[in-house]
Design a protein around this ligand. Structure first.
Ligand code: ARG
Length: 589
Protein backbone atom coordinates (compact mmCIF):
# COMPACT_ATOMS: atom_id res chain seq x y z
CA UNK A 1 0.00 0.00 0.00
CA UNK A 2 1.32 3.38 1.09
CA UNK A 3 3.19 4.94 -1.71
CA UNK A 4 2.13 8.31 -0.41
CA UNK A 5 3.75 10.13 2.44
CA UNK A 6 2.28 9.72 5.91
CA UNK A 7 0.67 13.16 5.93
CA UNK A 8 -1.48 12.14 2.98
CA UNK A 9 -2.16 8.56 4.10
CA UNK A 10 -2.98 9.40 7.68
CA UNK A 11 -5.37 12.15 6.66
CA UNK A 12 -7.67 9.76 4.77
CA UNK A 13 -9.55 8.37 7.81
CA UNK A 14 -9.65 11.86 9.34
CA UNK A 15 -11.37 13.22 6.28
CA UNK A 16 -13.82 10.34 6.30
CA UNK A 17 -14.61 11.06 9.94
CA UNK A 18 -15.10 14.75 9.15
CA UNK A 19 -17.59 13.75 6.50
CA UNK A 20 -19.32 11.33 8.85
CA UNK A 21 -20.00 14.06 11.40
CA UNK A 22 -21.15 16.43 8.69
CA UNK A 23 -18.23 18.85 8.39
CA UNK A 24 -16.14 19.83 5.40
CA UNK A 25 -13.75 16.95 4.63
CA UNK A 26 -11.36 19.34 2.88
CA UNK A 27 -10.51 20.76 6.31
CA UNK A 28 -9.26 17.37 7.47
CA UNK A 29 -5.67 18.02 6.47
CA UNK A 30 -2.61 17.18 8.49
CA UNK A 31 0.62 18.99 9.08
CA UNK A 32 3.77 18.04 10.90
CA UNK A 33 3.25 18.49 14.62
CA UNK A 34 4.40 21.68 16.32
CA UNK A 35 5.18 19.49 19.33
CA UNK A 36 7.11 16.46 18.10
CA UNK A 37 7.43 15.35 21.72
CA UNK A 38 3.65 14.84 21.84
CA UNK A 39 2.68 13.84 18.33
CA UNK A 40 3.93 13.33 14.80
CA UNK A 41 1.13 15.14 13.00
CA UNK A 42 -1.70 17.45 13.86
CA UNK A 43 -5.00 18.46 12.32
CA UNK A 44 -6.30 21.95 13.06
CA UNK A 45 -9.33 21.72 10.80
CA UNK A 46 -11.92 21.15 13.49
CA UNK A 47 -11.55 24.73 14.65
CA UNK A 48 -12.49 26.20 11.29
CA UNK A 49 -15.23 23.60 10.85
CA UNK A 50 -16.72 24.39 14.29
CA UNK A 51 -16.85 28.06 13.44
CA UNK A 52 -18.66 27.29 10.20
CA UNK A 53 -21.31 25.11 11.83
CA UNK A 54 -21.36 27.13 15.06
CA UNK A 55 -20.49 24.26 17.37
CA UNK A 56 -18.12 23.88 20.28
CA UNK A 57 -14.79 22.80 18.71
CA UNK A 58 -13.81 20.40 21.52
CA UNK A 59 -17.15 18.64 21.33
CA UNK A 60 -16.87 18.44 17.58
CA UNK A 61 -13.36 17.02 17.87
CA UNK A 62 -14.68 14.39 20.30
CA UNK A 63 -17.35 13.43 17.78
CA UNK A 64 -14.70 13.15 15.05
CA UNK A 65 -12.61 10.82 17.21
CA UNK A 66 -15.63 8.69 18.07
CA UNK A 67 -16.43 8.31 14.41
CA UNK A 68 -12.80 7.53 13.69
CA UNK A 69 -12.80 4.48 15.95
CA UNK A 70 -9.78 2.17 16.03
CA UNK A 71 -7.30 2.76 13.26
CA UNK A 72 -4.33 0.57 12.37
CA UNK A 73 -2.54 3.61 11.01
CA UNK A 74 -2.47 5.37 14.34
CA UNK A 75 -0.66 4.63 17.53
CA UNK A 76 -2.63 7.35 19.29
CA UNK A 77 -5.10 10.12 18.53
CA UNK A 78 -5.81 12.84 21.10
CA UNK A 79 -7.50 16.15 21.39
CA UNK A 80 -5.31 19.01 22.53
CA UNK A 81 -6.12 22.57 23.50
CA UNK A 82 -9.33 24.02 22.05
CA UNK A 83 -9.79 21.19 19.53
CA UNK A 84 -6.56 20.29 17.76
CA UNK A 85 -6.22 16.63 16.87
CA UNK A 86 -2.81 15.12 17.60
CA UNK A 87 -1.77 11.95 15.85
CA UNK A 88 1.06 9.52 16.38
CA UNK A 89 1.66 7.10 13.56
CA UNK A 90 1.63 3.38 14.35
CA UNK A 91 4.85 1.42 14.22
CA UNK A 92 3.52 -0.83 11.48
CA UNK A 93 2.42 2.07 9.26
CA UNK A 94 5.74 3.86 9.69
CA UNK A 95 7.69 0.70 8.99
CA UNK A 96 5.71 -0.10 5.91
CA UNK A 97 6.12 3.42 4.60
CA UNK A 98 9.85 3.47 5.16
CA UNK A 99 10.43 0.12 3.46
CA UNK A 100 8.38 1.22 0.45
CA UNK A 101 10.20 4.52 0.32
CA UNK A 102 13.57 2.75 0.45
CA UNK A 103 12.98 1.08 -2.89
CA UNK A 104 10.89 3.80 -4.53
CA UNK A 105 12.41 5.51 -7.52
CA UNK A 106 11.66 8.98 -6.18
CA UNK A 107 12.67 8.00 -2.64
CA UNK A 108 9.36 9.03 -1.17
CA UNK A 109 8.56 12.05 -3.29
CA UNK A 110 5.67 12.11 -5.74
CA UNK A 111 5.57 13.17 -9.33
CA UNK A 112 3.11 15.82 -10.46
CA UNK A 113 -0.33 14.65 -11.46
CA UNK A 114 -0.28 16.57 -14.67
CA UNK A 115 2.98 16.81 -16.52
CA UNK A 116 3.67 20.24 -17.97
CA UNK A 117 6.11 21.62 -20.41
CA UNK A 118 8.19 24.26 -18.69
CA UNK A 119 10.84 26.71 -19.87
CA UNK A 120 13.23 28.13 -17.32
CA UNK A 121 15.00 31.30 -18.34
CA UNK A 122 17.97 31.73 -16.03
CA UNK A 123 21.58 32.76 -15.66
CA UNK A 124 21.06 35.94 -17.68
CA UNK A 125 24.64 36.22 -19.04
CA UNK A 126 25.54 39.17 -21.25
CA UNK A 127 28.02 39.77 -24.03
CA UNK A 128 31.19 41.51 -22.91
CA UNK A 129 30.12 41.69 -19.29
CA UNK A 130 31.75 39.19 -16.98
CA UNK A 131 29.25 37.62 -14.65
CA UNK A 132 29.38 39.01 -11.15
CA UNK A 133 28.23 37.96 -7.73
CA UNK A 134 24.64 38.92 -8.67
CA UNK A 135 24.52 36.34 -11.43
CA UNK A 136 25.31 33.68 -8.88
CA UNK A 137 21.77 33.75 -7.57
CA UNK A 138 19.83 33.47 -10.79
CA UNK A 139 22.17 30.74 -12.02
CA UNK A 140 22.00 28.62 -8.89
CA UNK A 141 18.26 29.05 -8.35
CA UNK A 142 17.45 28.38 -12.00
CA UNK A 143 19.61 25.26 -12.09
CA UNK A 144 17.87 23.94 -8.97
CA UNK A 145 14.38 24.63 -10.29
CA UNK A 146 15.28 22.99 -13.59
CA UNK A 147 16.34 19.84 -11.75
CA UNK A 148 13.39 19.94 -9.35
CA UNK A 149 10.73 20.36 -12.03
CA UNK A 150 12.30 17.61 -14.08
CA UNK A 151 12.43 15.33 -11.02
CA UNK A 152 8.73 15.94 -10.47
CA UNK A 153 7.98 14.77 -13.99
CA UNK A 154 7.67 17.96 -16.00
CA UNK A 155 9.36 18.40 -19.31
CA UNK A 156 11.87 21.18 -18.74
CA UNK A 157 14.03 23.29 -20.99
CA UNK A 158 16.63 25.58 -19.48
CA UNK A 159 17.53 28.59 -21.59
CA UNK A 160 20.38 31.02 -20.88
CA UNK A 161 18.72 33.87 -22.80
CA UNK A 162 22.03 35.43 -23.69
CA UNK A 163 22.00 39.25 -23.57
CA UNK A 164 23.43 39.87 -27.01
CA UNK A 165 21.26 42.35 -28.80
CA UNK A 166 20.56 45.64 -27.10
CA UNK A 167 22.16 49.03 -26.75
CA UNK A 168 25.29 47.53 -25.20
CA UNK A 169 26.17 46.11 -28.63
CA UNK A 170 26.05 49.55 -30.17
CA UNK A 171 28.19 50.86 -27.34
CA UNK A 172 30.86 48.25 -28.00
CA UNK A 173 30.79 48.86 -31.73
CA UNK A 174 31.44 52.59 -31.46
CA UNK A 175 33.90 52.22 -28.61
CA UNK A 176 35.92 49.88 -30.79
CA UNK A 177 35.66 52.23 -33.74
CA UNK A 178 37.44 54.86 -31.65
CA UNK A 179 40.14 52.36 -30.71
CA UNK A 180 40.62 50.87 -34.19
CA UNK A 181 39.91 53.72 -36.60
CA UNK A 182 40.93 51.74 -39.70
CA UNK A 183 39.04 48.53 -38.99
CA UNK A 184 37.21 46.97 -41.92
CA UNK A 185 34.23 46.29 -39.64
CA UNK A 186 33.47 49.99 -39.40
CA UNK A 187 34.13 50.78 -43.03
CA UNK A 188 30.72 50.80 -44.71
CA UNK A 189 32.36 50.46 -48.12
CA UNK A 190 34.39 47.39 -47.25
CA UNK A 191 33.46 44.46 -49.48
CA UNK A 192 36.15 41.87 -48.68
CA UNK A 193 36.05 39.07 -46.18
CA UNK A 194 36.24 39.99 -42.51
CA UNK A 195 39.04 38.42 -40.47
CA UNK A 196 38.13 35.16 -38.75
CA UNK A 197 40.07 36.11 -35.66
CA UNK A 198 38.43 38.44 -33.16
CA UNK A 199 39.95 41.94 -33.08
CA UNK A 200 39.40 41.95 -29.29
CA UNK A 201 40.05 39.48 -26.51
CA UNK A 202 37.52 38.89 -23.78
CA UNK A 203 39.72 40.83 -21.36
CA UNK A 204 39.73 43.84 -23.69
CA UNK A 205 36.01 43.55 -24.22
CA UNK A 206 35.37 43.43 -20.52
CA UNK A 207 37.39 46.59 -20.12
CA UNK A 208 35.84 48.33 -23.09
CA UNK A 209 32.29 47.86 -21.98
CA UNK A 210 32.29 49.74 -18.66
CA UNK A 211 34.37 52.53 -20.24
CA UNK A 212 31.86 52.86 -23.05
CA UNK A 213 28.91 52.75 -20.67
CA UNK A 214 30.41 55.59 -18.61
CA UNK A 215 31.23 57.59 -21.73
CA UNK A 216 27.65 57.25 -22.99
CA UNK A 217 26.34 58.67 -19.74
CA UNK A 218 28.49 61.79 -20.04
CA UNK A 219 28.74 62.29 -23.77
CA UNK A 220 25.63 62.82 -25.82
CA UNK A 221 27.35 62.50 -29.21
CA UNK A 222 28.85 59.21 -28.21
CA UNK A 223 25.50 58.01 -26.94
CA UNK A 224 23.78 58.96 -30.18
CA UNK A 225 26.42 57.19 -32.23
CA UNK A 226 25.91 54.07 -30.11
CA UNK A 227 22.16 54.25 -30.58
CA UNK A 228 22.59 54.57 -34.31
CA UNK A 229 25.05 51.67 -34.39
CA UNK A 230 22.55 49.54 -32.44
CA UNK A 231 19.84 50.26 -34.99
CA UNK A 232 22.22 49.59 -37.88
CA UNK A 233 23.37 46.31 -36.39
CA UNK A 234 19.77 45.26 -35.96
CA UNK A 235 19.09 46.31 -39.54
CA UNK A 236 21.82 43.92 -40.65
CA UNK A 237 24.88 46.08 -41.45
CA UNK A 238 27.48 43.50 -42.50
CA UNK A 239 30.59 44.85 -40.73
CA UNK A 240 28.72 45.33 -37.47
CA UNK A 241 27.27 41.85 -37.66
CA UNK A 242 30.72 40.37 -38.28
CA UNK A 243 32.09 42.27 -35.30
CA UNK A 244 29.14 41.30 -33.15
CA UNK A 245 29.73 37.62 -33.94
CA UNK A 246 33.23 37.96 -32.51
CA UNK A 247 31.87 39.64 -29.37
CA UNK A 248 29.41 36.81 -28.89
CA UNK A 249 31.96 34.06 -29.46
CA UNK A 250 34.67 35.36 -27.14
CA UNK A 251 32.15 36.20 -24.41
CA UNK A 252 30.56 32.81 -24.55
CA UNK A 253 33.82 31.00 -23.84
CA UNK A 254 34.41 32.98 -20.67
CA UNK A 255 30.83 32.59 -19.49
CA UNK A 256 30.78 28.85 -20.09
CA UNK A 257 33.82 28.47 -17.85
CA UNK A 258 32.00 30.06 -14.91
CA UNK A 259 28.82 28.10 -15.50
CA UNK A 260 30.67 24.84 -15.73
CA UNK A 261 32.51 25.52 -12.46
CA UNK A 262 29.08 25.81 -10.84
CA UNK A 263 27.71 22.75 -12.65
CA UNK A 264 25.12 24.95 -14.32
CA UNK A 265 24.02 23.79 -17.75
CA UNK A 266 21.51 24.94 -20.33
CA UNK A 267 19.53 23.00 -22.90
CA UNK A 268 19.36 26.10 -25.04
CA UNK A 269 21.79 28.92 -25.30
CA UNK A 270 19.51 31.20 -27.25
CA UNK A 271 20.17 34.88 -27.31
CA UNK A 272 18.02 37.97 -27.47
CA UNK A 273 19.24 38.21 -31.05
CA UNK A 274 17.55 34.92 -31.95
CA UNK A 275 14.16 36.51 -31.41
CA UNK A 276 15.05 39.36 -33.73
CA UNK A 277 13.66 37.65 -36.80
CA UNK A 278 10.21 37.77 -35.24
CA UNK A 279 10.31 41.43 -34.24
CA UNK A 280 9.24 43.11 -37.48
CA UNK A 281 6.09 41.04 -37.92
CA UNK A 282 5.30 41.26 -34.25
CA UNK A 283 5.55 45.04 -34.21
CA UNK A 284 3.43 45.31 -37.35
CA UNK A 285 0.77 43.09 -35.86
CA UNK A 286 0.77 44.91 -32.54
CA UNK A 287 0.42 48.22 -34.35
CA UNK A 288 -2.42 46.88 -36.39
CA UNK A 289 -4.29 45.58 -33.41
CA UNK A 290 -3.93 48.98 -31.82
CA UNK A 291 -1.97 47.70 -28.82
CA UNK A 292 1.25 49.35 -29.93
CA UNK A 293 0.90 53.10 -30.20
CA UNK A 294 3.18 56.00 -31.10
CA UNK A 295 4.59 58.02 -28.23
CA UNK A 296 7.05 60.89 -28.77
CA UNK A 297 8.68 59.25 -31.76
CA UNK A 298 8.83 55.83 -30.15
CA UNK A 299 6.31 52.99 -30.14
CA UNK A 300 4.98 51.72 -26.83
CA UNK A 301 2.41 49.39 -25.31
CA UNK A 302 0.42 50.76 -22.40
CA UNK A 303 0.25 48.22 -19.63
CA UNK A 304 -0.77 50.25 -16.57
CA UNK A 305 -3.91 49.14 -14.75
CA UNK A 306 -6.29 51.32 -12.85
CA UNK A 307 -5.82 49.49 -9.57
CA UNK A 308 -2.01 49.78 -9.69
CA UNK A 309 -0.65 51.55 -6.64
CA UNK A 310 2.14 53.06 -8.67
CA UNK A 311 2.01 54.23 -12.26
CA UNK A 312 3.71 51.57 -14.39
CA UNK A 313 5.42 53.10 -17.43
CA UNK A 314 4.49 51.67 -20.84
CA UNK A 315 6.61 48.96 -22.43
CA UNK A 316 9.01 50.53 -24.94
CA UNK A 317 8.63 48.48 -28.10
CA UNK A 318 10.60 50.48 -30.68
CA UNK A 319 12.94 53.32 -29.70
CA UNK A 320 12.89 56.62 -31.55
CA UNK A 321 15.99 55.39 -33.47
CA UNK A 322 14.05 52.34 -34.56
CA UNK A 323 15.82 49.82 -32.27
CA UNK A 324 14.40 46.87 -30.43
CA UNK A 325 14.62 47.23 -26.70
CA UNK A 326 15.02 44.78 -23.82
CA UNK A 327 11.23 44.42 -23.60
CA UNK A 328 10.88 43.96 -27.36
CA UNK A 329 13.20 40.98 -27.46
CA UNK A 330 11.57 39.51 -24.36
CA UNK A 331 8.17 39.78 -26.01
CA UNK A 332 9.40 38.31 -29.28
CA UNK A 333 11.16 35.55 -27.34
CA UNK A 334 7.79 34.47 -25.98
CA UNK A 335 6.58 34.04 -29.55
CA UNK A 336 9.76 32.21 -30.47
CA UNK A 337 9.38 29.85 -27.52
CA UNK A 338 5.75 29.23 -28.40
CA UNK A 339 6.84 28.31 -31.89
CA UNK A 340 9.87 26.17 -31.03
CA UNK A 341 8.99 24.60 -27.67
CA UNK A 342 5.42 25.45 -26.85
CA UNK A 343 5.17 25.75 -23.09
CA UNK A 344 2.59 25.60 -20.31
CA UNK A 345 4.74 27.61 -17.99
CA UNK A 346 7.72 29.90 -18.37
CA UNK A 347 9.78 30.85 -15.32
CA UNK A 348 12.17 33.79 -15.40
CA UNK A 349 14.79 33.53 -12.66
CA UNK A 350 16.00 37.11 -12.48
CA UNK A 351 16.87 39.70 -9.82
CA UNK A 352 13.82 41.28 -8.19
CA UNK A 353 15.03 44.71 -9.27
CA UNK A 354 13.73 43.78 -12.72
CA UNK A 355 10.19 43.21 -11.41
CA UNK A 356 8.70 46.15 -13.31
CA UNK A 357 10.26 45.01 -16.56
CA UNK A 358 8.65 41.59 -16.20
CA UNK A 359 5.28 43.03 -15.20
CA UNK A 360 5.40 45.11 -18.38
CA UNK A 361 6.40 42.19 -20.58
CA UNK A 362 3.89 39.77 -19.03
CA UNK A 363 1.00 42.21 -19.23
CA UNK A 364 1.84 43.05 -22.82
CA UNK A 365 1.93 39.37 -23.78
CA UNK A 366 -1.35 38.62 -22.06
CA UNK A 367 -2.94 41.61 -23.82
CA UNK A 368 -1.54 40.44 -27.13
CA UNK A 369 -2.66 36.86 -26.50
CA UNK A 370 0.91 35.49 -26.67
CA UNK A 371 0.44 33.64 -23.40
CA UNK A 372 -2.40 32.88 -21.05
CA UNK A 373 -2.67 34.73 -17.79
CA UNK A 374 -0.48 32.92 -15.23
CA UNK A 375 1.78 31.14 -17.71
CA UNK A 376 4.63 33.60 -17.18
CA UNK A 377 6.22 33.96 -13.78
CA UNK A 378 9.03 36.12 -12.52
CA UNK A 379 10.99 34.04 -10.01
CA UNK A 380 12.61 36.98 -8.29
CA UNK A 381 15.70 36.88 -6.14
CA UNK A 382 17.18 39.30 -3.65
CA UNK A 383 20.72 40.64 -3.68
CA UNK A 384 23.98 39.32 -2.29
CA UNK A 385 25.11 41.95 0.16
CA UNK A 386 28.30 43.01 1.85
CA UNK A 387 28.48 43.33 5.62
CA UNK A 388 27.23 46.92 5.19
CA UNK A 389 23.89 45.57 3.97
CA UNK A 390 24.40 46.97 0.47
CA UNK A 391 24.96 44.91 -2.69
CA UNK A 392 28.36 43.23 -2.39
CA UNK A 393 31.40 45.15 -3.62
CA UNK A 394 35.09 44.26 -3.61
CA UNK A 395 37.38 46.11 -1.24
CA UNK A 396 38.31 48.41 -4.11
CA UNK A 397 34.63 49.22 -4.50
CA UNK A 398 34.07 47.32 -7.73
CA UNK A 399 31.77 44.40 -8.41
CA UNK A 400 33.24 41.01 -7.69
CA UNK A 401 33.54 38.95 -10.84
CA UNK A 402 31.96 35.53 -10.60
CA UNK A 403 35.11 33.87 -11.93
CA UNK A 404 37.21 35.52 -9.19
CA UNK A 405 34.67 34.58 -6.58
CA UNK A 406 34.77 30.93 -7.66
CA UNK A 407 38.57 31.01 -7.56
CA UNK A 408 38.52 32.46 -4.04
CA UNK A 409 36.07 29.81 -2.92
CA UNK A 410 38.20 27.03 -4.39
CA UNK A 411 41.32 28.23 -2.64
CA UNK A 412 39.51 28.55 0.63
CA UNK A 413 38.08 25.05 0.23
CA UNK A 414 41.57 23.61 -0.24
CA UNK A 415 42.76 25.35 2.91
CA UNK A 416 39.78 24.27 4.93
CA UNK A 417 40.14 20.65 3.89
CA UNK A 418 43.80 20.71 4.88
CA UNK A 419 43.06 22.39 8.21
CA UNK A 420 40.41 19.80 8.99
CA UNK A 421 42.83 17.02 8.08
CA UNK A 422 40.54 15.86 5.31
CA UNK A 423 41.48 14.44 1.94
CA UNK A 424 44.99 13.50 3.05
CA UNK A 425 44.79 10.10 1.38
CA UNK A 426 43.54 11.51 -1.93
CA UNK A 427 45.77 11.96 -4.95
CA UNK A 428 46.61 15.55 -5.89
CA UNK A 429 44.04 15.45 -8.68
CA UNK A 430 41.32 13.94 -6.51
CA UNK A 431 42.06 16.47 -3.81
CA UNK A 432 41.57 19.39 -6.19
CA UNK A 433 38.39 17.86 -7.57
CA UNK A 434 37.08 17.41 -4.02
CA UNK A 435 38.00 20.97 -3.05
CA UNK A 436 36.16 22.22 -6.12
CA UNK A 437 33.09 20.24 -5.06
CA UNK A 438 33.31 21.68 -1.56
CA UNK A 439 33.60 25.20 -2.98
CA UNK A 440 30.61 24.78 -5.24
CA UNK A 441 28.57 23.14 -2.47
CA UNK A 442 29.44 26.00 -0.11
CA UNK A 443 28.26 28.67 -2.55
CA UNK A 444 25.16 26.77 -3.57
CA UNK A 445 24.02 25.73 -0.13
CA UNK A 446 24.53 29.25 1.21
CA UNK A 447 22.43 30.54 -1.64
CA UNK A 448 19.68 27.96 -1.51
CA UNK A 449 19.24 27.79 2.24
CA UNK A 450 17.84 31.32 2.11
CA UNK A 451 14.48 32.04 0.61
CA UNK A 452 15.23 33.35 -2.85
CA UNK A 453 13.76 36.80 -2.18
CA UNK A 454 15.81 37.26 0.99
CA UNK A 455 19.01 39.21 0.55
CA UNK A 456 21.96 37.66 2.33
CA UNK A 457 25.44 38.65 3.35
CA UNK A 458 28.33 37.22 1.36
CA UNK A 459 30.54 35.60 3.96
CA UNK A 460 32.85 33.02 2.46
CA UNK A 461 34.27 32.05 5.86
CA UNK A 462 30.85 31.08 7.14
CA UNK A 463 29.77 29.38 3.89
CA UNK A 464 32.92 27.30 3.95
CA UNK A 465 32.67 26.05 7.53
CA UNK A 466 32.31 22.34 8.16
CA UNK A 467 29.94 23.11 11.01
CA UNK A 468 26.42 24.47 10.90
CA UNK A 469 23.99 24.70 8.03
CA UNK A 470 26.57 24.77 5.25
CA UNK A 471 27.42 22.97 2.04
CA UNK A 472 30.68 21.52 3.42
CA UNK A 473 28.78 20.10 6.43
CA UNK A 474 26.27 18.46 4.07
CA UNK A 475 29.05 16.88 2.01
CA UNK A 476 30.83 15.73 5.13
CA UNK A 477 27.69 13.97 6.38
CA UNK A 478 27.11 12.29 3.03
CA UNK A 479 30.72 11.10 2.89
CA UNK A 480 30.43 9.77 6.45
CA UNK A 481 27.49 7.56 5.45
CA UNK A 482 29.34 6.42 2.34
CA UNK A 483 32.32 5.33 4.34
CA UNK A 484 30.13 3.53 6.88
CA UNK A 485 28.45 1.60 4.06
CA UNK A 486 31.82 0.83 2.49
CA UNK A 487 33.17 -0.56 5.75
CA UNK A 488 30.05 -2.68 6.22
CA UNK A 489 30.30 -4.03 2.68
CA UNK A 490 33.94 -4.95 3.26
CA UNK A 491 32.80 -7.04 6.23
CA UNK A 492 30.21 -8.73 4.02
CA UNK A 493 27.28 -7.05 5.79
CA UNK A 494 24.23 -6.16 3.75
CA UNK A 495 21.13 -4.07 4.29
CA UNK A 496 17.73 -5.70 4.69
CA UNK A 497 14.17 -4.95 5.81
CA UNK A 498 14.06 -1.91 8.08
CA UNK A 499 12.61 -2.30 11.56
CA UNK A 500 12.02 0.82 13.59
CA UNK A 501 12.79 0.33 17.28
CA UNK A 502 14.76 3.18 18.83
CA UNK A 503 13.45 6.72 19.07
CA UNK A 504 16.30 8.07 16.93
CA UNK A 505 15.39 5.51 14.24
CA UNK A 506 11.80 6.66 14.45
CA UNK A 507 12.83 10.30 14.09
CA UNK A 508 15.02 9.50 11.11
CA UNK A 509 12.19 7.54 9.47
CA UNK A 510 9.78 10.44 9.95
CA UNK A 511 12.32 12.82 8.44
CA UNK A 512 12.76 10.55 5.43
CA UNK A 513 8.99 10.52 5.03
CA UNK A 514 8.90 14.34 5.03
CA UNK A 515 10.91 14.50 1.78
CA UNK A 516 7.63 14.39 -0.15
CA UNK A 517 6.32 17.53 1.57
CA UNK A 518 9.63 19.33 1.10
CA UNK A 519 9.59 18.57 -2.62
CA UNK A 520 5.94 19.62 -2.90
CA UNK A 521 6.41 22.94 -1.19
CA UNK A 522 9.67 23.73 -2.99
CA UNK A 523 7.94 22.94 -6.28
CA UNK A 524 4.75 24.87 -5.69
CA UNK A 525 6.44 27.92 -4.20
CA UNK A 526 9.43 27.70 -6.56
CA UNK A 527 11.49 27.93 -3.39
CA UNK A 528 14.59 25.73 -3.13
CA UNK A 529 15.15 26.62 0.53
CA UNK A 530 12.59 23.97 1.51
CA UNK A 531 14.83 21.35 -0.08
CA UNK A 532 17.89 22.78 1.65
CA UNK A 533 16.04 22.67 4.98
CA UNK A 534 15.10 19.07 4.38
CA UNK A 535 18.65 18.06 3.50
CA UNK A 536 19.93 19.69 6.67
CA UNK A 537 17.27 18.09 8.84
CA UNK A 538 18.00 14.73 7.30
CA UNK A 539 21.73 15.07 7.99
CA UNK A 540 20.97 16.01 11.58
CA UNK A 541 18.51 13.15 12.13
CA UNK A 542 21.07 10.78 10.73
CA UNK A 543 23.78 12.15 12.99
CA UNK A 544 21.59 11.58 16.03
CA UNK A 545 20.77 8.06 14.89
CA UNK A 546 24.40 7.27 14.18
CA UNK A 547 25.55 8.47 17.57
CA UNK A 548 22.90 6.51 19.49
CA UNK A 549 22.55 3.33 17.44
CA UNK A 550 25.48 1.04 16.90
CA UNK A 551 25.44 -0.50 13.45
CA UNK A 552 28.46 -2.69 12.81
CA UNK A 553 29.70 -5.22 15.39
CA UNK A 554 26.34 -6.13 16.96
CA UNK A 555 25.35 -9.68 17.90
CA UNK A 556 21.96 -9.33 16.29
CA UNK A 557 22.47 -9.54 12.52
CA UNK A 558 18.90 -8.45 11.80
CA UNK A 559 19.40 -5.19 13.70
CA UNK A 560 22.62 -4.48 11.82
CA UNK A 561 20.90 -5.20 8.50
CA UNK A 562 17.96 -2.97 9.38
CA UNK A 563 20.20 -0.10 10.45
CA UNK A 564 22.30 -0.47 7.32
CA UNK A 565 19.02 -0.27 5.41
CA UNK A 566 18.23 3.00 7.14
CA UNK A 567 21.71 4.36 6.46
CA UNK A 568 21.45 3.30 2.84
CA UNK A 569 18.12 5.00 2.18
CA UNK A 570 19.27 8.10 4.06
CA UNK A 571 22.29 8.37 1.81
CA UNK A 572 20.19 7.90 -1.31
CA UNK A 573 17.69 10.53 -0.29
CA UNK A 574 20.36 12.93 0.90
CA UNK A 575 22.25 12.63 -2.36
CA UNK A 576 19.03 13.02 -4.32
CA UNK A 577 18.03 16.09 -2.35
CA UNK A 578 21.50 17.61 -2.77
CA UNK A 579 21.45 16.77 -6.47
CA UNK A 580 18.20 18.71 -6.78
CA UNK A 581 20.03 21.64 -5.23
CA UNK A 582 22.71 21.17 -7.88
CA UNK A 583 25.26 19.79 -5.43
CA UNK A 584 27.35 16.67 -6.10
CA UNK A 585 28.93 14.68 -3.31
CA UNK A 586 32.42 13.18 -3.38
CA UNK A 587 33.06 9.53 -2.53
CA UNK A 588 35.75 10.35 0.00
CA UNK A 589 36.92 13.41 1.77
N1 ARG B 1 20.71 39.71 -19.36
C1 ARG B 1 19.83 40.24 -18.38
C2 ARG B 1 20.61 41.01 -17.30
O1 ARG B 1 21.78 40.82 -17.12
C3 ARG B 1 18.99 39.19 -17.71
C4 ARG B 1 18.12 38.39 -18.63
C5 ARG B 1 16.96 37.82 -17.92
N2 ARG B 1 16.04 37.13 -18.78
C6 ARG B 1 15.14 37.73 -19.55
N3 ARG B 1 14.38 37.01 -20.31
N4 ARG B 1 15.01 39.02 -19.57
O2 ARG B 1 20.01 41.82 -16.62
Amino acid sequence: MQNKDLISTLAVPIRQAFEAVGIDAALGQLKASDRPDLADFQCNGVLAAAKAVKKNPRELATAVLESLGEQVLYDSVDIAGPGFINIKVSESALQQRINTLATAEMLGANSVEQQRSVIIDFGGPNVAKPMHVGHLRSSIIGECLKRLFRFCGDEVIGDAHFGDWGFQMGLLIVALEDKLPNSPYHNANFTGEYPSESPVTIAELEQLYPEAATEAKQNETFRDRARKATAELQAGRAGYLALWRHFVAVSKIALQRDFSALEVTFDLWNGESDADALVADMVAELKQSGLAVPDQGAIVIHVAKEKDKRQLPPLLLVSSEGSSMYGTTDLATILQRRRDNDFDLCLYCVDQRQADHFTQVFRASYLAGYAQEGQLEHIANGTVNGSDGKPFKTRAGGVLKLGDLIQMAREKAENRLKQAGLGAELSEQEFIATANMVASAALKFAELSNHRTTSYVFDLDRFMSFEGKTGPYMLYQAVRIKSLLRRAAEKGLAAAEIEIKESSERELALTLDAFASAVNVAYSKRAPNFLADHAYRLAQSFSKFYSTCQIVGLDDAAVTASRLGLADVTLKQLEQCLALLGISTPEKM
